[in-house]
Design a protein around this ligand. Structure first.
Ligand code: HEM
Length: 151
C-alpha cells in the first residue's frame, strides 16, 4: 500500500514556519488573495504563459491524483481546496482558498504555475518544482485547480 509521504518541500516549509513564527492560532487568516504574488518584474511574462496541457477529463484526473496523492498538500489546502487542511489551519497566513471564484478569475494559469514553481515569499507556500513535482505534473495540477472554482 502506498503510504503518504511528506513532500521534500515539507522540510523547507516546516523550517520556514518555525523560523518566521508561523505556528499560529486556530484563527489564522488568509491574506488578501487578490494582489498578485508574482513579483512585478516577472508578472507580465507569468501572465501570458499558457498551460500546455489541454483541459481534458484525463488531465483533470491526473492533476487531482497528484494534488491528493503525490504529496501531502491536502494537509494545507484541504481536500476541498478551501484552505482548511489540518496543518493549514495553523499557518499564518492561511493557505489560499483555491475555490474562491473572485481569486480564480484574478489569476492566469501562468501565475498559478509561477507560484507552484517559485513559492510565495514568507509564507508556507514554498517552491515545489523540482523538489516535489516536475513541470509537466505542475501544469496538470493547474488544470485541476481550475476545476475547484466555486460559484
Ligand atoms: C501541489 C501542492 C500545492 C499547490 C498546487 C498549491 C497551490 C497554491 C496556489 C495556486 C496558491 C495561490 C497563489 C496565488 O494567490 O497566486 C497557494 C497559496 C498558498 N499555499 Fe499552496 N499549494 C500547494 C502546497 C502547499 C503546501 C504544502 C502548503 C503548506 C505548507 C501551502 C500553503 C500555502 C499558503 C500559506 C498560501 C498563501 C500564500 C500567500 O498568501 O501569498 N501550499 N498555493
Amino acid at each position: 500500500m502506498n503510504r503518504p509521504r511528506v513532500p521534500a518541500a515539507g522540510i523547507q516549509w516546516a523550517a520556514l514556519a518555525g523560523a518566521i513564527g508561523l505556528a499560529a492560532t486556530a484563527t489564522a487568516l488568509e491574506r488578501d488573495p487578490l494582489p498578485p504574488r508574482v513579483p512585478i518584474g516577472k508578472l507580465a511574462d507569468a501572465k501570458k504563459t499558457t498551460n500546455p496541457i489541454a483541459a481534458t477529463p484525463e488531465a483533470n484526473a491526473r492533476g487531482t491524483a497528484l494534488f491528493e496523492g503525490k504529496g501531502t498538500w491536502v494537509k494545507c489546502h484541504g481536500l476541498s481546496g478551501s484552505g482548511n487542511g489540518s496543518f493549514g489551519k495553523n499557518l499564518k497566513p492561511s493557505p489560499r482558498n483555491l475555490t474562491n471564484a473572485e481569486w480564480q478569475k484574478s489569476r492566469t494559469d501562468g501565475e498559478l504555475f509561477w507560484v507552484i514553481k517559485y513559492g510565495s515569499p514568507a509564507t508556507g507556500m514554498v517552491s515545489l518544482i523540482p523538489s516535489d513535482i516536475d513541470v509537466n505534473e505542475a501544469w496538470h495540477i493547474v488544470r485541476y485547480l481550475r476545476t475547484l472554482e466555486g460559484p
